[in-house]
Design a protein around this ligand. Sequence first.
Ligand code: ZN
Length: 425
Amino acid sequence: MNSTRPARRGFYFAATRGFLIFAVAVACLAPQGLSQQRKAQPAKRRSKAQAQKKAPAIAPDVRAALDRISADSLRGHLSFIASDLLEGRNTPSRGLDIAAEYIAAQFRRAGLEPAGDAKGESYFQTSEWVVGPVNNNFVELSVDDGKQKIRARPEQLAALGVKVEQKTETAGSSEKQVVKLRNVVGLLRGSDPVLKDSYVIVSAHYDHIGVRPAGEGDRINNGANDDGSGTVSVIELASALASLKQRPKRSIVFCAWFGEEKGLQGSRYYGRHPIFPLEKTVAMVNLEHMGRTDDSEGQKLDSATLTGFDFTDLGPIFKAAGEKTGVNVYKHEKNSDAFFGRSDNQALADQGVPAHTLCVAFIFPDYHNVGDHWEKVDYANLAKVNRMVALSLVTIADSAEAPKWNEANPKTERYVKAWKQLHGK
Ligand SMILES: [Zn+2]
């Protein structure tokens, strides 16, 4: 069915004739063009091969660690984390708590040092949120005398065995109730006697938006790509990098945050209660939407991008790692800066730490929807992108040069100011 109305038939005829002339011209020229290209090919291939030959190859030990990153392992982890059993891991919820235990168990399996409560006996950094009265169908949870607040539905808390009170004169007189929310934190201690006391954070948020309050059929927002894909990437990176015979010089801190969907709550809590000194935290690499390649603006295979791409000097490190692992790391002209504040990197950037979020697809069809299922993730691509991330992390952690904010970019002014404050400059 062509959309052209009869009146336009004349135009169509003209177009076809024009096209024919064009086709003939191309046909005449093509062989030349093609031969030039073919002639060019060997040169292009030669320069690419020379470039790869020139670029120091990946050290065998690091290569072995990258090869441990497997699509099957990622699928295995995500099929649990994003299963209906965890009911979309709302903050707070039982599903969230089960996911936290699972992540801690995987950090334990990888041999990371516990870096949470009780001077590092636990992998959990626990925060205690005071339960307020019900107000307009919501309950306010607050921590540190209201420095951070989260809104939850009464039934959400009831499911956790928390008795919620209606807002009345006497509300709050009864015994204070708290809800515990946990970041999960594990450490891969560095090998250099000095640089090991500096830290590179790799993180993701393990929460999502839970169950739809009403509606027919499937009501569970499983959050496989948002951000189950980032969470299982952190688990898989921990297992791979912990297998290195030669540990990176700096220490790497593996973090899974709660409450991102409720306003970056877990990462903000860490920013105010850092387990490792922020002034010694040289970078944060946050992972989001790593698994789906069907971005709303088209297929995104073998590629990844950083938010705030040129806010710091980290971009080229990821690009170089991408060249060695077959992943095109690029700046997304429209979304790079616009999405800088849309995830947990923002919380550490506000403290002055050079921080970015890395993602494969910014927006995908099932974003914040019940259809965000683990079966729709491209695990081969996820594994490939994670090998690029792993190589980037090793490069950052082995470099004596700490990453820097790009002061020439006016958009970094507030972060540069925070960095100077953090470093007493
Ligand atoms: Zn997310």
